[in-house]
Write a protein that binds this ligand. Structure first.
Ligand code: NDP
Length: 247
């Protein structure tokens, strides 16, 4: 894959899908800014691993829900590298319960963590990218944002909102040569899905046409494609990475 840009910021990049995105993009020659919130040792270990494989990485601590910290982080990247070419809004949380038991705070905190944080990132990245008349953003949404899901009214709303938000950003940013796309992963093997017991996992797998959960690498490859020059005529798109579970 070919990339005209030079660097990328991945929020929540130190573990799970985010870490795999960092490794994949580093393999393609991008300098990767690994954002972490809580565990510096995990982010540092990933940076070391990328560098051992000949890649270029830096770690950057901020809470993606903290507007000031997010803005300062993007400013620091632009000051250091002279640009921000790509952003992946990957940071996300769940807080599942049935709607009748869901407190308003359970709803707004997930919207804040998944959607508002991505909005801040998209807006600030667009400012930086507009100056260069070049850039691309991929937002990690979810199949649940397309289909809805019992027990995930908050999470589904955040991810559905992310899809609509990305399309709107895509319309506003196209004239500046900045692209916005989403991926919508289905069930992917990470800590987020580790909590499912084997029986539930088997039931889910039986419903997936490709009969298995996806891997973080499956998601990372889709993200790399959407950021790359190979996708230079693709904006406002939603790439499903779900084994055929929702077509
Ligand atoms: P993990 O729970 O394994 O990782 C989530 C990452 O997000 C962690 O690094 C976490 O950091 C970080 N994070 C959460 N909140 C913040 C914050 N406020 N600021 C900075 N970082 C934050 O999840 P996955 O790797 O599974 O998920 C990654 C993305 O993919 C999420 O957006 C998720 O919704 C989405 N997704 C996942 C699917 C799956 O099946 N796994 C399916 C569809 C979508 P920390 O270590 O500090 O908590």
């Amino acid at each position: 894959m070919k990339f005209s840009g030079n660097n990328v910021l991945v929020t929540g990049g130190s573990r799970g899908i985010g870490a795999e995105i960092c490794k994949t993009l580093a393999n393609f020659g991008l300098k990767v800014w690994i954002n972490y919130r809580s565990k510096p040792e995990v982010a540092d270990a990933l940076k070391d691993e990328i560098e051992k494989n000949g890649g270029n990485a830096a770690v950057i601590k901020f809470d993606a829900t903290n507007e000031t910290e997010f803005i300062e982080a993007i400013n620091l990247i632009v000051q250091t590298d002279g640009e921000l070419s790509y952003l992946v809004n990957n940071a996300g949380i769940t807080n599942d319960k049935l709607a009748l038991r869901m407190k308003t705070e359970d709803f707004t905190s997930v919207i804040n963590a998944n959607l508002t944080s991505a909005f801040i990132g998209c807006r600030e990245a667009l400012k930086a990218m507009s100056k260069k008349r070049f850039g691309a953003v991929v937002n990690i949404a979810s199949i649940v944002g397309e289909t809805g899901n019992a027990g995930q009214v908050n999470y589904a709303a955040s991810k559905g909102g992310m899809i609509a938000m990305s399309k709107s950003f895509a319309k506003e940013a196209a004239s500046r040569n900045v692209r916005f796309n989403c991926v919508t992963p289905g069930f992917i093997e990470t800590k987020m899905t580790e909590i499912l017991n084997d029986e539930i996992k088997k039931t889910y797998e039986a419903n997936i046409p490709l009969k298995k959960f996806g891997t973080p690498n499956d998601v990372a490859n889709g993200v790399a494609f959407l950021l790359s020059d190979y996708a230079s005529y693709i904006t406002g798109e939603v790439l499903k990475i779900n084994g055929g579970l929702y077509m």
